[in-house]
Design a protein. Structure first.
Length: 371
C-alpha cells in the first residue's frame, strides 16, 4: 500500500502542539483502561483462561449438570452470517437459494460482502425482497475504506461515500462498515489519528441517514505503533474516534490471534491483554461480533487454525455469557458467523454450507446463566 508522507513542522509551536496532543492521547488511553494490564500476567495464561471450558467440554454440546445454564446464549433475532463465508455458493446458486438454506439453518440475519458477489446484476429492491421472503434481516455490510490505486470510481467510503450510504439505506441495513485496517497512512500514532478523523467523518454522514458506521478488526490492529512501541494501535483507534459516530465489529478469532501475536512489545517486555475486556469496558461500541473459531496451533503465525464454530478452542459460551450479562447486552449485540477459508476444499472439505449449518447448530445449542 502506498503511504502518504507524514506532515511535520520544525517550529517550536508545532512541537508544542504535537507534545500536547500526545499527552492528551496518553491521558485518554489510560482513563479508558486500555493500557493498564498487569505486567506479570502472561499471554499464555490469558489464553488458558479463555479456552479452559472449551477444551474440557465436547464440541457442539450445551452445558450439563445440576446447575446447567438454561437461557439460550444467542437470543432470537440476533444470529447472523457473513455472506463472504458462502461466496462460492452465492456465486453458483444465487442469493435466493442461499437465503433459503440459511432460513433452514435457523439464521436470523445476514451481513453483506458486496451486493452481487459474482451473480451478475441484481437490484437492491430484489435483494431486499428475497431477504423478506426468507425471514432474514440485513444487519451489516462490508465496504472498502479507500481505493489502493486511487481510483476515484472505486466503491469505497473514501471515494463514493454518499452512494455507499444511500445503498445501505435502500437495502434497510442499519450498520455499514469496513473490514479494512486504519493503516491507510501508516502505522504511527499520527497516521492512525488521521484515519480516525476520516472514520469520524464517515460516522457522522452515516448517522445523518440513521445508520451506524463500523470497523472490523483483524489481528494487526492489536500491534504497536512504529514510533511509540508502548502504544497499542487499537487503543489509538478507540481513543481518537467519537463513540457516538464510530462503532466496532470485533472479530473474536482475529482478536485472540492478536492476543497471541502482540502480548509482547517489540522490546520483549510483556503487554498482555484480554479481548473481552475491550467489550466489557465499552459494550455500546460493539454492536456486531464475528463468531469465528480456531484450534490453537503454534505452527501457524496467528496461533490458530480456522475451524467451524464449536470445533475450536475459543470459549464462546463464556464470551457470550459475559457480554450478555452487561445491561442491555442481550438486546444490543448481533452475533455473525464467519469462516474465511470455508470455501477452500483443503481446509474445509465438507464445504461452506456445512460450516453455516454446523456453526448455527452449535450456537443455538449453547445455554448461559440467566442475565
Amino acid at each position: 500500500m502506498t503511504q502518504d508522507p507524514q506532515h511535520t513542522t520544525g517550529s517550536s509551536r508545532g512541537t508544542s502542539r504535537r507534545r500536547s496532543a500526545d499527552t492528551d492521547l496518553d491521558r485518554r488511553l489510560r482513563r479508558r483502561g486500555f493500557l493498564g494490564v498487569a505486567a506479570g500476567t502472561t499471554a499464555a495464561a490469558l489464553l488458558g483462561t479463555a479456552t479452559t471450558e472449551a477444551a474440557a467440554a465436547p464440541a457442539h454440546k450445551p452445558g450439563h449438570g445440576h446447575h446447567a445454564p438454561k437461557k439460550p446464549a444467542v437470543p432470537r433475532g440476533r444470529l447472523g452470517i457473513q455472506l463472504y463465508t458462502l461466496r462460492d455458493q452465492v456465486q453458483s446458486l444465487g442469493f435466493e437459494r442461499v437465503f433459503e438454506e440459511l432460513a433452514r439453518y435457523d439464521y436470523d440475519e445476514v451481513e453483506f460482502a458486496g451486493y452481487t458477489q459474482g451473480t451478475g446484476d441484481i437490484s437492491l429492491k430484489r435483494l431486499r425482497g428475497l431477504l423478506r421472503d426468507n425471514g432474514l434481516s440485513p444487519v451489516g455490510s462490508h465496504v472498502g475504506y479507500h481505493a489502493d490505486g486511487g481510483d476515484p470510481g472505486a466503491y469505497t467510503f473514501a471515494t463514493q461515500l454518499d452512494k455507499v450510504l444511500d445503498d445501505a439505506a435502500a437495502l434497510g441495513i442499519p450498520h455499514v462498515g469496513t473490514p479494512a485496517s486504519p493503516n491507510r497512512y501508516g502505522n504511527t500514532v499520527d497516521a492512525w489519528k488521521r484515519a480516525a478523523e476520516e472514520f469520524n467523518t464517515y460516522g457522522a454522514a452515516a448517522r445523518a441517514r440513521g445508520l451506524k458506521f463500523y470497523q472490523h478488526n483483524h489481528a494487526d490492529e492489536f500491534g504497536f505503533a512504529e514510533d511509540q512501541p508502548d502504544v497499542r494501535l487499537y487503543d489509538v483507534l478507540l481513543a481518537e474516534t467519537d463513540p457516538a459516530l464510530v462503532y466496532l465489529e470485533m472479530d473474536i478469532y482475529w482478536a485472540y490471534a492478536g492476543q497471541y501475536k502482540y502480548s509482547t512489545r517489540p522490546d520483549g517486555t510483556p503487554a498482555p491483554f484480554e479481548p473481552l475486556d475491550y467489550v466489557l469496558d465499552a459494550p455500546h461500541r460493539f454492536p456486531l461480533f464475528h463468531v469465528k473459531d480456531g484450534e490453537h496451533d503454534e505452527t501457524n503465525p496467528d496461533g490458530y487454525r480456522m475451524v467451524d464454530v464449536g470445533d475450536g478452542d475459543i470459549d464462546y459460551r463464556r464470551f457470550l455469557e459475559r457480554v450478555g450479562s452487561v445491561p442491555g447486552g442481550r438486546r444490543r449485540h448481533h452475533w455473525i458467523v464467519e469462516r474465511d477459508d470455508a470455501v477452500d476444499p483443503a481446509a474445509n472439505p465438507a464445504g461452506s454450507l456445512s460450516t453455516a449449518r454446523r456453526s448455527s447448530g452449535h450456537l443455538r445449542s449453547l445455554r448461559v446463566r440467566g442475565c
